[in-house]
Every structure is written in C-alpha cells, then in structure tokens.
Design a protein around this ligand. Structure first.
Ligand SMILES: [Zn+2]
Length: 475
C-alpha cells in the first residue's frame, strides 16, 4: 500500500509513449514509484497513508543535470563574465578555487544544493576539475553537504597527468598577462602521476561510492583531453568500465581544442575512451564524422547551451547528434558562467537558441528538449532504467511545479508550458528516493543543516575574491 499519493496534477510521465495524464496521480512506497494513472483510478486501487494535493500543478520527473561544477558558485558575479574560456579559467576560476578552504567548499556545495533543489534538480554530475590530489578534507566536506541536502550526487573526481610543456605554459602566461594583480596558481600543482590518481580514485570509490543511502557515487573526470596522456585517458575509461561507472571529459568545447590532425573525438576513439561508459561534455566543435563515431560507439554527450553561449564557444550540433542516435542530456555547467544552476531556464534557452542558430524551428522540438533534462539526461549517465520518468518501478524522484501563475496561464499543453513558459522558479515540492527534500519551495534538509547559508556564503565569497586578487581584475 502506498505511503504517499500525489494526486490531482497534470502528470508528465516521460514514459515510452510520453503520456501526459490530466487529473493524474503518482503512488509512492518507500523509495519507489508503484503506480502512475488517473487520480480516480489510483484512488480506486489504493488507500494511501498520506496524500499530496497537486491540483493546479504539473508533476514531472526529478530533473537530471549531467554536467556541472560546484565550488565556483561562490565566484558568481566577480569579474567572471564577458570573458572567453581560457581568460575565464586562468584569470578567475582557477585563482579563486585555489584559495578556498574545506569549509568554503562545503558552503559552496550547500548553496549549490539549495539552488539546484529549488529548481527541481534531484540528480547531478559534478565535474571537480581543480581539486588537488589528497585534498580529501575538502571533498568529504562537500559530500556532507550533499548528504544533508538529500539529492543524488555523482562526484566525478578530476584528474590531470600530462606534464605542462612550454607551449601550454606560454599560453597560460599570455592569458594571465591580462590580469597581473591576480594570484595565478602554478599549473604544475594540478598535474600528478597517473598511478597516484588511480590509487586515490580506487580509495574514494571504495569508501564513498554508494554512500548517503546509495545516492552518492564516484566517477572519474580526466579534466580535458589536452591535459591527459594517452595512457591516462585509457586507464580512466578502464576504471569506469571496471567499476560500472562513467568517465566524463570536457571535449571540443572551444574552437582551438579541435585543431590538429586528429579530432578530439577520433583521439578518444583511438586510445579506447569512447563507449557507453563515456559522457563527453560539450562536443561543440565536432563534425559529421565525429557525430557518427559518437553514435556508433554509444558514447553519451552533455550539452551545455548556456556556458557555450556565455563563453562565445558556439553551438553544438544537437540536431545532427539526435539524427545519429547520440544520447544527449542538458547540463548547466558552471554556475558562474550561466549564473544559475537551473535546468528549466537553460531548457528554454536551448530550445529557442538552436532554432535560431540552425534556422530550423524543428531542430529541437519541445518534447525532445524536455527529454534532455529528464529521460535522455538519465540515459546519458546510464541511469535510464532508474531515473528520468514517472513509471512504476522507478525511483521516486518527483517534482511538483506550480502552474497557477500568470505566465503559465493558459496551459493547453503541459510539455510546451514546461519547456517554453516556466522560469524554473515554480517548484513547490521535490521528492528524492521518496523523501520530501523541498517543501513549499524550501529545500528543507540543506536549510536545517546550514542556517544563515546566504550570509555565510556571501562572506566566504568576499574573502575568496579578495584573497585571490580577482576583484581587481579588469574586464
Ligand atoms: Zn564543465
């Protein structure tokens, strides 16, 4: 018998038939959905312990974010905008992160969770690119925040094993020359021997994969192809396949990264790093042959429309990827690039921007766009059997969106409304694994665990910006 019946809402199931049920209901027992149907039908079948009146709402699957970074949320608004990729990375992000304490990483994680949950996110993949080898205190401090928040956190531990050569150092120096007042970290601090990374990864996976009642996972993130040896890329994929997780890599994000005899996708193919255990972020500067390779190898992609636009990197060929059967989820990437971790806001942007860029209004229809933050996003991280739709047997990750608002009136088609009309601020209730983690728009667990979160995060942000010198940088 269900413990909870969410009833009376418009249920956007995202099941195989993409069924939308008016006056629908979702029955939940423990951490699972046990039935989805009309309110009348489920009331005939069940006498639940509790009921949640969802009239005037859309009931959608918990949103899934396949690519994001967490700690730099505290650098939001501090000269990070209106810069290109390397300018932003070397002059803002790396200097800021290098000065953060473990407690500040934890505050960043709590703030991230508060915002993400309030926007309906129940699962995210964190690509932690700047965490140094052995910075265990900072990593586990973040894990504490994720556990308190109650959502699903996938921690992709960043690794980099290719020693810095003169060419790369020259590039860094020329970019850093723009902001001499900034304390630029030495690039060598991020590079460690592969065997040391693999040893730490194995330990992290043994100790933390499956923690937080199974909601927390450990993956591996070779940060960027240009920062890795061939052996490092190969071993990262092997690690992912052996432990049944995924490897996630920034790939062909900016135009310069696609130069050379081999495309980045071909390079990954040649070293044995494409396949169902690979989730590539971006894939903006790839051609038709690359897209075909991604499709043939069942490699997954995290598209990040807002960050690609903010950094002036261009538009990923999402239409071509869909045509070749590539599984594509939509990520929010860094909070300091799009200034939000709000998938519904980015969803609207993606659905509109691709139509304009490709001069094709059918290139990303509303249903396909919604798939990219629900079922396709779940598949992009090999979790399509568990997450991403409201169906009996799946995890009870559910979002209730208020539709009784001026900008959501009228709603003849709930999918259209969710994609084109929501702002991401309509979230009333969120369940993760059957537990209520947002109630009345408030992320309860993280709010209780971190009182005065906004004031503390603001103070920490001011200290980090001051200590790293990025406040004095000019745009
Ligand atoms: Zn990224």
């Amino acid at each position: 018998m269900p413990e909870l019946l969410i009833e009376g809402g418009t249920v956007v199931t995202q099941n195989a038939d993409r069924e939308v049920i008016r006056d629908g209901a979702v029955a939940i027992e423990g951490d699972r959905i046990i039935a989805v149907g009309t309110t009348a039908d489920l009331n005939d079948r069940y006498d639940p312990d509790r009921r949640l009146d969802a009239s005037g709402t859309a009931v959608i699957p918990g949103l899934v974010n396949p690519h994001t970074h967490v700690s730099d949320i505290l650098l939001r608004g501090s000269c990070g905008t209106d810069r290109g990729l390397y300018d932003w990375l070397f002059n803002v992000k790396q200097p800021g992160i290098a000065r953060m304490t473990a407690e500040e990483h934890e505050l960043a994680a709590a703030l991230y969770c508060a915002e993400a949950l309030s926007a309906g996110v129940t699962t995210f993949v964190e690509n932690d690119a700047e965490m140094l080898l052995g910075e265990t205190d900072a990593m586990t401090a973040k894990f504490d925040a994720y556990e308190a928040a109650g959502l699903r956190s996938i921690y992709a531990r960043g690794i980099r094993d290719l020693p810095v050569d003169d060419d790369f150092q020259g590039l860094v120096d020329r970019v850093a020359g723009r902001d001499p007042s900034v304390e630029h970290p030495d690039q060598e601090r991020y590079v460690e021997p592969l065997e040391d990374w693999l040893e730490e990864l194995a330990r992290l996976h043994d100790d933390y994969h499956g923690s937080a009642d199974g909601r927390h996972e450990i993956w591996v993130a070779p940060v960027v192809i240009e920062g890795m040896t061939d052996e490092g890329l190969r071993e990262a994929y092997r690690f992912a396949a052996a432990r049944d997780v995924m490897t996630t890599i920034h790939t062909a994000e900016a135009p310069g990264q696609a130069e050379g005899w081999l495309s980045p996708v071909e390079h990954l193919r040649n070293v044995g790093s494409l396949g169902e255990h690979a989730l590539l972020a971006h894939c903006v500067h790839i051609d038709e042959r690359d897209v075909r390779l991604l499709g043939e190898t069942d490699t997954r992609v995290a598209h990040n429309i807002a960050s690609n636009m903010a950094l002036g990197n261009g538009f990923a060929p999402v239409g071509a990827m869909r045509s070749h059967g590539v599984t594509v989820g939509l990520g929010t990437d860094n909070a300091i690039l799009s200034d939000t971790v709000n998938p519904l806001a980015d969803l609207r942007l993606a659905a509109m921007a691709h139509k304009g860029h490709h001069t094709d209004p059918g290139v990303l229809p509303a249903e396909a766009a919604l798939d990219m933050v629900t079922i396709e996003a779940a598949r992009s991280m090999r979790k399509g059997e568990e997450l991403g739709s409201l169906e009996a047997g799946k995890r009870a990750d559910v979002v209730v969106l208020d539709l009784d608002l001026p900008h959501l009136t009228p709603v003849p088609d709930a999918v259209n409304a969710v994609v084109y009309q929501t702002l991401g601020s309509e979230v009333e209730t969120v369940l993760c694994d059957g537990e209520v983690v947002v109630e009345g728009g408030v992320p309860t667990g993280v709010t209780e665990a971190y009182p005065d979160l906004h004031a503390r995060a603001t103070a920490a942000a001011e200290r980090i910006v001051e200590a790293s010198g990025i406040a004095e940088g000019e745009r």
